[in-house]
Design a protein around this ligand. Structure first.
Ligand code: DAT
Ligand code: MG
Length: 139
């Protein structure tokens, strides 16, 4: 396995519910390293650029309304096989289908409000990390 970086978001539902600390603790326990972290609120334009592959889809407006409704915590995570490892910790997109013990099972509500984001491949991870973090913020 290769040393990878991936991009993670604790989404507005989980931040508002006070689950950011528990999710960060789960990341630390997993062995993934947090290389960058910030708490911000997305604009619609930032959301459209970030989710460019979903902008034309029927659920996009719902996704944007949700992702901009309150602050998020975003992170760059690093480790061996970090992309798959973080996806495994999150669980399936729809919390109803997510495995027991995963973050989306524990903290998600439905397919739209699913508590966390994670990059799905090396290309999207590189794009997403650089979309939100400068080199100065990754330490
Ligand atoms: P993932 O976040 O697991 O990579 P995705 O990239 O297919 O899933 O979709 C991005 C987000 O969009 C997802 O976390 C929640 C939302 N979403 C996806 N499919 C949806 C649907 N059918 N209805 C409502 N929201 C949806
Ligand atoms: Mg995705």
């Amino acid at each position: 396995m290769a040393l990878e970086r991936t991009f993670a978001i604790i989404k507005p539902d989980a931040v508002a519910a006070g689950h950011a600390g528990a999710i960060i603790a789960a990341i630390e326990k997993s062995g993934l390293s947090i290389r960058g972290l910030k708490r911000v609120r997305l604009s619609g334009d930032l959301c459209k650029g970030f989710y460019h592959e979903h902008v034309a889809k029927g659920f996009y407006q719902e996704l944007e309304d949700f992702m901009t409704e309150g602050p998020v915590v975003m992170m760059c995570l690093e480790g061996e096989g970090a992309i798959a490892k973080w996806r495994d910790l999150m669980g399936a997109t729809n919390p109803a289908n997510a495995a027991e013990g995963t973050l989306r099972k524990q903290y998600g509500t439905n397919i739209g409000r699913n508590a966390t984001h994670g990059s799905d491949a090396p290309g999207s991870a590189a794009f997403e990390v650089s979309y939100f973090f400068s080199a100065f913020e990754l330490v």
